[in-house]
Design a protein around this ligand. Structure first.
Ligand code: UDP
Length: 333
């Protein structure tokens, strides 16, 4: 099987390439523009592995992308702007790169008749669970309504461009029979995730290891549910080869929920850190008008039904792996 991974130098993409290369039948080609990805993430296989090839460039450029899509049997479309902070600071790129990238990937996949897995995000639910919560619903299912806020708040632009990725993929599926699988990543974490783009666990671990204040945004009562990247890539590679998954949307996440304040305390404890929690207003963190969701927890029944998905890494194992990775990066061990 010839497999194309866009966003191969990113946090999830690089782990995915490694998993795919374990199968000796696979040849893997990675694409990345290195805006948020890095060669460092690909260190174990870039220019080293005989069944891995790489091209630097952007999925937003159709003629760059064309020969790689033509070459591949399967395409994992992971290339996208990432991280709430990065997205808030790059509003135009976020919209145009998402929209142009998916337009090119789907058009070429259709032209050359290739199967595509499209990475979407739990951001597309917006604040849905905050509203559904009052009805007693505890988690988000794929068919749930999406509730997003004003166009003045750029966070929702990102959510809407990813929703457009989903609409366009499903439109190609319905109109032309393009084989596609859509997945919504919930908070996915693990080694190699950079603290540079503001994601909470790498940020807190880095702050704890350096003895800096742990910056909890808002009052810290908001919750999130974290899935280890190894579980996430296992799920998506199985979905990619499952016939029933074609034309479907799947949550990929871990239903276990923890408040951000409690998460900060767990990380301080696990790293034996002298750091203290500092509450930071959303305005200070992201600028005026920013909105966060109080809860975002996946219902993964559909994923379990389709591939028998099992979570192998609980929060303790997740934190251990990230602490170990960051200690190694900081030369602390
Ligand atoms: N957060 C925080 N401190 C940080 C980074 C993030 O309190 O240094 C909070 C953020 O406001 C959100 C949660 O942690 O409520 C998860 O943030 P992240 O950016 O990792 O992902 P999101 O779920 O917002 O996409």
């Amino acid at each position: 099987m010839k497999i194309l991974v866009t966003g191969a130098a990113g946090f999830i993409g690089s782990h995915l390439c490694e998993l795919l290369l374990k199968d000796e039948e696979n040849e893997v080609r990675g694409l990345d523009n290195f805006i948020t990805g890095s060669k460092e993430n690909m260190r174990g296989f870039y220019k080293v592995h005989p069944r891995f090839s790489f091209a630097k460039g952007s999925v937003t450029e159709k003629e760059f992308l064309r020969p790689h899509v033509e070459w591949a049997d399967h395409i994992y479309q992971l290339a996208a702007p990432v991280g709430v902070k990065f997205i808030m600071n790059n509003p135009v790129h976020t919209i145009l790169d998402n929209v142009r990238g998916i337009d090119n990937v789907l058009e070429l996949a259709h032209q050359y008749n290739k199967k595509v897995l499209v990475a979407s995000t739990s951001e597309v639910y917006g604040k849905s669970l905050d509203f559904l919560d009052s009805t007693g619903k505890r988690s988000l299912s794929e068919e749930d309504y999406r509730i997003e806020g004003s166009t003045q708040n750029h966070r929702w632009a990102y959510a809407n461009t990813k929703a457009l990725d989903e609409f366009l993929s499903l439109a190609y599926y319905k109109q032309y029979g393009l084989k596609c699988v859509i997945i919504r990543f919930f908070n996915t974490v693990g080694p190699r995730q950079s603290s540079q783009y503001g994601m909470v666990i790498p940020n807190f671990v880095s702050q704890a290891l350096k003895g800096e204040n742990i910056t909890v945004y808002g009052d810290g009562s908001q919750t999130r549910s974290f899935l280890h990247v190894f579980d996430a890539i296992q799920a998506i590679t199985e979905l990619m080869i499952t016939e029933h998954a074609v034309g479907q949307v799947y949550n990929v996440g871990n239903p276990f929920e923890i408040s951000i304040k409690e998460l900060a305390e767990r990380i301080i404890e696990k790293t034996n850190s002298s750091s203290k929690v500092r509450l930071v207003s959303y305005q200070e963190a992201y600028g005026a008008g920013f909105e966060d969701m109080q809860r975002r927890t996946p219902n993964i029944d559909k994923l379990v039904r389709t591939i028998g998905f099992k979570i192998r890494y609980d929060l303790e194992a997740i934190l251990d792996s990230i602490i170990e990775y960051q200690k190694m990066k900081l030369g602390m061990d």
